[in-house]
Design a protein around this ligand. Structure first.
Ligand SMILES: N[C@@H](CCC(=O)N[C@@H](CS)C(=O)NCC(=O)O)C(=O)O
Length: 214
């Protein structure tokens, strides 16, 4: 197989989920290489694949791409003939804006609510976390009539997929329209495959075990 994707623990690694989901959703064949983030010598093991010692990394022949959004853009260009983004320039601009909002923002939610698929937990909702949740709820509630954020499943949906798991783990309640979108994401067949693999793992990352079990 030409395309290889190096990912972290599927229970925890949000950045890995995004390009993995894009490749699966569009049936791009790839070899998956999983590196445990919970074992000794992590930096050295990650440096074998990536100059940043982070996952995900996409490898195709002599090319190594070490950032989730850069990977999705490459997959869109080279393997999807542009189908990873909506087809109008206006929707592509909006899709990129919400994707970049996720890629570089929502720091409070990302810090307080690590993805932890196997858990059901409760965390303190600070005003900053509540503000992030409200913004995500507004983006989700404004979804397209297709049920996805835009006319069909896109990179923007991949970027919000980990949040669907986070909100499930921490019992975040959403308005009707946003909740419909969350369920649409959770029901994607590739998301079910990801959960199955996450539940089969036993590595624990203490830093991502936030809050109290419920
Ligand atoms: N901006 C990067 C972030 C990648 C990242 O932070 N990955 C985490 C796992 S989700 C990681 O590799 N952590 C290992 C470490 O920091 O030692 C991306 O979008 O791919």
């Amino acid at each position: 197989m030409n395309v290889k994707l190096v990912i972290g623990n599927q229970n925890y690694s949000t950045w890995s989920l995004r390009p993995w989901l894009l490749l699966k959703a569009f049936n791009v064949h790839f070899e998956e290489v999983k590196v445990s983030l919970a074992e000794e010598g992590l930096r050295e093991r990650l440096l074998e694949h990536s100059p940043t010692a982070k996952v995900p990394v996409l490898i195709e022949r002599d090319l190594h791409i070490w950032d989730s959004l850069a990977i999705c853009e490459y997959v869109n260009d080279v393997h999807l003939e542009g189908k990873g983004w909506p087809h109008t320039a206006k929707d592509r601009a909006k899709a990129r804006a919400v994707t970049c909002e996720m890629h570089s923002g929502f720091v409070a939610v990302r810090g307080a609510m690590p993805m932890n698929i196997r858990a059901k937990r409760k965390v303190n909702i600070t005003p900053a976390v509540a503000q992030d949740i409200a913004r995500i709820e507004a983006i989700w509630a404004d979804h397209h009539r297709s049920g996805w954020l835009f006319e069909s499943f896109s990179i923007a949906d991949c970027f919000f997929a980990p949040v669907a798991f986070r909100f499930q783990t921490y019992g975040v309640e959403l308005n009707e329209a946003a909740s419909q979108y969350q369920h649409k994401l959770l029901a994607h067949p590739a998301m079910a495959l990801w959960v199955e693999a996450a539940l089969a793992e036993d590595g624990i990352l203490p830093v991502d075990e936030a809050g109290e079990p419920v």
